[in-house]
Design a protein around this ligand. Structure first.
Ligand SMILES: [Zn+2]
Length: 141
C-alpha cells in the first residue's frame, strides 16, 4: 500500500488539497502567484476608475484564491486547483459612471484572469510532482 504521508516531508496526508493548498514545498509559488494576481486585479480596477477603498472586497478575494478562507470559498477550503473561482459578484464595487455592460465585462475579465492563474499554478505544481515521481522511479531502477 502506498504511504499516505506527504512525500515532501509534511506531517500531513498527501491528498489534492494538501498538495495544492497546504504543502510547504509550494508555499512560495502560491504566494508569488497570489501577489501577481493581486497586482493585476488592482491595476485593472484602477484602470476602470474604481477608488482604492472600493477595491478592498475584490482584492481580498484575489489574494485568497490559493488559500483556505471561510469567507470566500463555499466549502471553506480552496478548490482553485480544479479551476474553480469563488463567486465575487457581491464584491464588485458599484460603478455609478459605468453602464451594465462595462460592469459585466469587468466581472468576466476578472473571472477569466483568475481562472487562468488558478490553472497555471495548479499545472506548475502538478508538473513538479510528476517530475519528482519520475526521479524517484529512476533511482529505484
Ligand atoms: Zn506536503
Amino acid at each position: 500500500m502506498a504511504d499516505p504521508q506527504c512525500r515532501n516531508g509534511c506531517d500531513a496526508v498527501e491528498d489534492q488539497h494538501h498538495i495544492f493548498v497546504m504543502c510547504t514545498r509550494y508555499a512560495e509559488w502560491r504566494s508569488s502567484a497570489a501577489q501577481e494576481i493581486l497586482t493585476r486585479t488592482n491595476n485593472k480596477l484602477g484602470e476602470k476608475g474604481i477608488k482604492e477603498a472600493d477595491r478592498v472586497g475584490l482584492l481580498t478575494i484575489a489574494k485568497s484564491l490559493f488559500t483556505d478562507n471561510i469567507d470566500i470559498w463555499p466549502l471553506h477550503y480552496s478548490t482553485y486547483f480544479l479551476g474553480h473561482v469563488p463567486k465575487f459578484d457581491h464584491a464588485l464595487p458599484g460603478m455609478p459612471d459605468a453602464d451594465r455592460l462595462t460592469r459585466t465585462r469587468l466581472a468576466h475579465h476578472l473571472a477569466c484572469d483568475w481562472h487562468t492563474a488558478c490553472i497555471r499554478l495548479a499545472g506548475r505544481i502538478w508538473g513538479d510532482m510528476q517530475r519528482e515521481m519520475a526521479k524517484k522511479t529512476n533511482n529505484h531502477g
